[in-house]
Write a new protein. Sequence first.
Length: 446
Amino acid sequence: MKTALVIVGEQALRSRLTPGLKEHGWSILEASDSDLALALARRHHPELIVCDWQTPWSDIALSCRGLAEEKETASRRPILLAAGNGQIAEKMAALESGADEYIAQPVDPQLLASVLQRMSANGQDYAPPPAQGRPGGGGDTRLKFWGVRGSIAAPGPETAYYGGNTSCVEVRVGGDIIVLDAGTGIRKLGLALVEEFQGRPIHLNVLITHTHWDHIQGFPFFPPAYNLNNKVTIFGFEGARQGLQSTLSIQMESPYFPISMQQMPGTITIHELKETSFRVGAVEVKAHFVNHPGVCIGYRLFTPGGSISYLPDVELFQQLRAHGKAGADAAAPQEFDAVPEEDRPVLEFVRDSEVLILDAQYDAGEYPQHSGWGHSCFEDAVTFAMQAGVRRLFLFHHDPEHTDEQISRMVARARAMAQRHHSPLLVEAAREGREVLLPATRALGH
């Protein structure tokens, strides 16, 4: 008989969970304090651990799973079922932390039965269900995500937590406002800036990585560009077939858009870059060409709070190289101990970054169907970040088909991968509205 360890302090919740577990063939162990829970996990190596995620029990549950995995004959880790309040933020946090399933309280008996039946059917080969289709001082650096999705905007209830807008990241350094890419997320950034400045002139700089639609399509809807008191300076390298000025203007020409770029009242200046090192206000910026169809670059911003590297679209060579080998198992996830030589220049470009925002559109199982499309899997992103000595990795450019649940599970797997390599790397998935404060460690401009 399979063994379930129930770590729940509330008797009412235990009484709702245990009958369903017994009905599906689980032998029940109950623990109402941490010492007992850990002792039971070590002694019985339960196949299932159930925990109330609203309490400190969540940390105990993860520890119990680690103890249960110590059994030499165990072929897989125990399943962890989290019970919580049903709020989307808690659900995503539970999945990111490594919970296999999540069920809301009060527990719906039919839903619990469905979850347990799936667990029982899969047994030791259990896998999660498939996805269905500004504080801080003036010297500090603040980063905020306004768009995190790749390829095309994907609004809807299943993408509401991480967000459905395409690439746009705001960086504030002193009085400088730097915007990384102008995907659909720049519209909400513009609205926020208008509200913040209350009619005062807005001066900002937009750094474009490349001119694929998901990185420029929000600019025609950027409110500050429609105020004659505002100044918007756009930096970028030459478009794939024509100049940056022409590429940005064409998307606003008839019949695509009713207002041309020339008709925007704001002062819009376009700098087509020729050098890979330049300054934006007091911020030193470096650029590096990356492996992506057409002309595409990544940026590194050197701020008083540490450097921020932004590579939203890049196909790293780890899975690309493995996929090209004769006889390679295209569906098998790969982990490499070393970064391929082809990735060495860009690895040195981001080395020791405080923050790395990196393309992680797929997982290794999905990658073979998209080889050569210009995007990476999260396994490669984690290996790359660890090798580069990056402190914080934000998985970015989420696939439009990936739901919040799927992205959260990818985060959990990415964190587990870093732990297996004993790496101090911190991994998160980029999420719209997420702000990151980098306290100043040096003076601005030095």
